[in-house]
Design a protein around this ligand. Structure first.
Ligand code: SF4
Length: 341
């Protein structure tokens, strides 16, 4: 169990150039009865040297958002809005430019390293792939791969160069994926549920590793997770998503300790360790809305204990409710007052 109240995420180093600006991002996928808007006007920034967490239940659009950033959506997806990487608009970038960014400036680690790693190639070969492509000599690649495996916490890294993925445990495979992602010296690491498939002890170790890599190297990270405890442990800022939209965003400790959106409040109350050691867990009420069955007005209204008539007809806009805090709820101030009272 990761106890968020005992975990303080150090503030990012003197900040901060904005690496990625996501602005009004829309992703439509074809569905049986027309296009389904799986990401609906999502906006947030990723500053350098900062970990931003994307959190939400299944169907919230968090993975689609991350995949859109790295250009890994299905061919029949339609995108709108803006994705600016260091000021360069990516939605208009040529596929070759997107590929160049991927793996070099922006790298990704996935939930299932076994699916992402090539079972027929040694770990050393896969981690060194990007270095070989850049023209480094054999011995330079070998040296660098050993260093990367060591940084990822793989014991006796030189002896592991010839190992195959199936010879590693789940945690070791995830470490190999992390080494592979770091090989291109990226500025941004996208980590999609990187610990979900691992047991709790290994999860905690991998999270500690990611946090220390982020702090030591000044890397920015976008962490996608459904687990609030993971966010509390690693993220400086959090973006809470619901039914393809941003419900709330802001500094992690402030959002988790004084939520301004009833959905965030319900998420926090469903995980007692996030707020206090003694509070009882209250399971999230109702069934999550998905982009395909998104209710009108505020998508959360069928589950919201504060819902009023206005919520059923009028979609709340994301607005500033406190310094650095943005919330899409008509009654955010009341939610904030209740929590701080
Ligand atoms: Fe609840 Fe209304 Fe706020 Fe939506 S807008 S979260 S339904 S109070």
């Amino acid at each position: 169990m990761i106890r968020a109240e005992t975990s303080v995420v150090a503030p990012p180093r003197a900040a901060s150039e904005t690496l990625l600006e996501v602005s009004g991002l829309v992703v439509d996928l074809p569905g049986r009865s027309g296009a389904v808007r799986v990401v609906d006007g999502v906006s947030f920034d990723i500053p350098a040297a900062t970990t931003v967490g994307l959190i939400g239940e299944s169907g919230s659009g968090k993975t689609m958002t991350a995949n859109a950033l790295i250009g890994l959506l299905p061919d029949d997806a339609t995108l709108d809005g803006s994705l600016r990487w260091r000021g360069e608009e990516l939605l208009q970038a040529k596929p070759a430019r997107r590929r160049e960014l991927r793996g070099h400036e922006i790298a990704m680690i996935f939930q299932d390293p076994l699916a992402a790693l090539n079972p027929t190639q040694t770990i050393g070969r896969q981690v060194g792939e990007i270095l070989r492509r850049s023209g480094s000599s054999r011995s330079a690649v070998r040296q660098r791969v050993v260093k990367l495996l060591d940084r990822a916490g793989i014991p006796e890294p030189a002896a592991k160069l010839g190992s195959f993925p199936h010879e590693f445990s789940g945690g070791m495979r995830q470490r190999a994926m992390i080494a592979m992602a770091l090989a291109g010296s990226p500025s941004l690491l996208l980590a999609d549920e990187p610990t979900t498939a691992l047991d709790v002890t290994v999860q905690a170790r991998i999270l500690r590793l990611l946090r220390s890599i982020q702090e030591d190297s000044g890397l920015a990270m976008l962490l996608v997770s459904h687990d609030l405890r993971v966010m509390a442990h690693v993220a400086h800022q959090v973006v809470v998503m619901y039914a393809g939209r941003v419900a709330e965003r802001g500094p992690t400790s402030s959002v988790l300790h004084t939520p301004a959106h009833p959905y965030t409040r319900a998420l926090v109350d469903s995980v007692p360790a996030v707020r206090t050691k003694t509070a009882l867990a209250h399971p999230l009420p109702g069934t999550p809305a998905t982009p395909a069955n998104r209710p009108g007005g505020c998508a959360f209204h069928p589950r919201c204990p504060l819902a009023q008539d206005r919520c059923r007809t009028e979609q709340p806009v994301l607005r500033a409710v406190a310094p650095d805090r943005w919330t899409a709820c008509h009654f955010a101030e009341k939610v904030l007052d209740d929590r701080t009272a």
